[in-house]
Design a binder for this molecule. Structure first.
Ligand SMILES: [Cu+2]
Length: 228
């Protein structure tokens, strides 16, 4: 039921990311309910009453230490468990990317996403490159490799449906990848406050079927890079 609050996942690694999210949600949710229930119970149980008299309490160091250390140990155990379960997702998304079939250079700037496609020879730094503003066209079921860089400040490339979020840092070239599983149009947002126009730094990933992608390439890339 709550899962439907998420944007639809259209990425091969979306399931792994969502799994980590739900695991953390249920663990934290469980302890939240336990802690709030105890708070309410103690507030009622030890409320001010007619017979309750104040008394001097010297405390008990061992018991006090146990009250601190035992919960800290429990939290640490869950933390390590989450770390090891999340490691798989991290390796998959941020580790060595799989061999890519589509390469796109992404340049972030205040306040646009520019997508540069390789020329017919597959080169990304030639005068025949076609650059699109705020539109990333990709085929479904193919590994897309992005090389992200920024012209000014730190931005963050975020496509919620692809479960992909990566900071874009000036002076660095950062690699990200994804494989879309369903054709459609999906929103790109900048998720790092980057200036007055941050809110308008939006774009779209357009995932095509293989046929449509071939047609789109022929019309928009092959034509243009040949006529340049
Ligand atoms: Cu930005």
């Amino acid at each position: 039921m709550i899962a439907s609050l998420f944007p639809q996942s259209v990425s091969t690694f979306g399931g792994e990311i969502d799994h980590v999210f739900w695991m953390i949600f249920y663990i934290v949710g469980f302890f939240f309910i336990v802690a709030e229930a105890l708070l309410v119970y103690f507030a009622i149980r030890y409320r001010r009453g007619a017979q309750t008299r104040a008394f001097y309490n010297r405390g008990n160091t061992r018991r006090e230490a146990a009250w601190v250390l035992v919960p800290a140990l429990i939290v640490l155990c869950f933390d390590l468990g989450i770390d090891s379960a999340g490691h798989r997702a991290w390796q998959l998304v941020k580790g060595t990317p799989p061999p890519s079939q589509v390469e796109v250079k992404v340049t972030a700037k205040q306040f646009n996403w520019n997508f540069t496609y390789p020329d017919a020879a597959g080169k990304l730094d030639s005068s025949n490159n076609v650059t699109l503003e705020n539109e990333l066209h990709v085929p479904v079921g193919k590994v897309v490799r992005l090389t992200l860089s920024s012209e000014d400040v730190i931005h963050s490339f975020w496509v919620p449906n692809l479960r992909l979020k990566q900071d874009v840092v000036p002076g660095r070239k950062i690699i990200a990848w994804f494989e879309a599983t369903k054709p459609g149009r999906y929103e790109i947002a900048c998720s790092e406050l980057c200036g007055f126009g941050h809110y308008s730094m939006r774009g779209e990933v357009i995932v095509h079927t293989p046929d449509d992608y071939g047609k789109w390439r022929a019309e928009n890339l092959d034509n243009k890079s040949a006529s340049n």
